[in-house]
Design a binder for this molecule. Structure first.
Ligand code: GFB
Length: 318
């Protein structure tokens, strides 16, 4: 039985212009039984408490997907620690407190698998949180996301609010950031292999040793899981959202190279950081609730590359 039905509800997707937020909007639009609310930055800078409180008082959401965040890949995280810590703390504190003040019935906060210790036992269970030191390249982002989990738990404990937290694995899909410096690895590889194919460059350079392993989920699977959790999950504990498999970065590069149709050589730039060696999550709690992913990695990369192919000029100019 559903614990919280979205039918007939007013639902705010905070961060609707991003890859995750736009996929949540699409998943909700497919149901057509709820009202979707969105806020442009011009209407409400989510780092501004007064603007968020005012926007929520007017919009009166029943439920909130908190998908707004300052996000980026390993280099962006390591080189902009203040932005990743400050922006994320402000956004989540304003929206979670604002949801309490506005009497929002249900809120889902989105974190990241980087909340777990760098050398957590694999696959990583939810109970590994705060059992060891974090990966230094993303500790700022991780600390902000851990604070978000704790905020949800604190408002649940003190005020009885049904605020939940989901921790997705590494994500990819349409509307990702394809910048060569600030993106995550999968969009970076699509861009690098595609650039090399069209420029006739003989090689593509991977950052680091190529040996770290990562677990990748297509954003449409994530959005489906989040809608499921919003309706069916109501615990203080955060819950992992992953696919259950991971790949080595050099193996991932080989897959992207084949899908893009690049015929050259893959090289390594070992001066760039590897980050955590592995972060495969244990998502058995989610699977046991009855949800499972549908999009296989190769298929997901192929459709993402189709999308990139159709938007290449805009994305390369950004
Ligand atoms: O996706 P990514 O930037 O982030 O990097 P993390 C994953 C792995 O791919 C690292 C390697 O070992 C990178 O060194 N890599 C190889 C590359 N070539 C490239 C490239 O061209 N670009 C990028 N970006 N990586 C992030 C965290 O960690 O994951 C965030 O910094 C967040 O906080 C996010 O949690 C999900 O998986 O290492």
């Amino acid at each position: 039985m559903q614990k919280f039905s979205l039918a007939g509800k007013r639902i705010w997707v905070a961060g609707h212009l991003g890859m995750v937020g736009s996929a949540i909007v699409a998943a909700l639009e497919a149901r057509s039984d709820c009202t979707i609310l969105t806020s442009e930055r011009a209407q409400a800078d989510l780092r501004d408490q007064a603007a968020v409180t005012e926007w929520m008082a007017k919009a009166k959401p029943d439920a909130v997907f908190l998908a707004a965040a300052k996000v980026g890949g390993i280099l962006a995280n390591a080189t902009h620690p203040a932005d990743f810590l400050y922006d994320n703390l402000m956004i989540e504190a304003n929206i979670i407190n604002g949801a309490h003040v506005a009497g929002v019935s249900k809120l889902l906060f989105l974190g990241s698998s980087c909340i777990y210790p760098k050398f957590a036992e694999q696959p990583i269970r939810e109970s590994a949180l705060l059992t060891g030191p974090l990966e230094p390249t993303n500790e700022w982002y991780a600390i902000a996301k851990i604070a978000g989990i704790k905020l949800c738990q604190a408002y649940r404990s003190q005020h009885g609010r049904d605020f939940i937290s989901a921790m997705p694995t590494n994500l990819y899909g349409p509307r990702d950031n394809f910048s060569l410096t600030s993106s995550h690895v999968l969009p970076a590889l699509i861009r690098k292999f595609d650039d090399a194919k069209y420029s006739g460059s003989p090689d593509v350079v991977l950052w680091g040793s190529g040996t770290p392993r990562r677990e990748f989920m297509h954003v449409d699977d994530l959005a489906d899981a989040l809608v499921f959790l919003m309706e069916n999950y109501s615990d203080a504990d955060h819950i992992n959202v992953g696919v259950g498999d991971d790949v080595e970065i050099r193996e991932l590069a080989q897959i992207v190279s084949e899908i893009v149709g690049f015929g050259g050589t893959i090289k390594l730039d070992r001066s760039k950081p590897d980050g955590t060696p592995r972060k495969l999550m244990d998502s058995s709690r989610l699977l046991n609730l009855g949800w499972s992913p549908k999009i296989a990695l190769r298929e997901g990369i192929a459709t993402t590359y189709d999308w990139y192919d159709r938007n290449r000029e805009i994305l390369r100019a950004a």
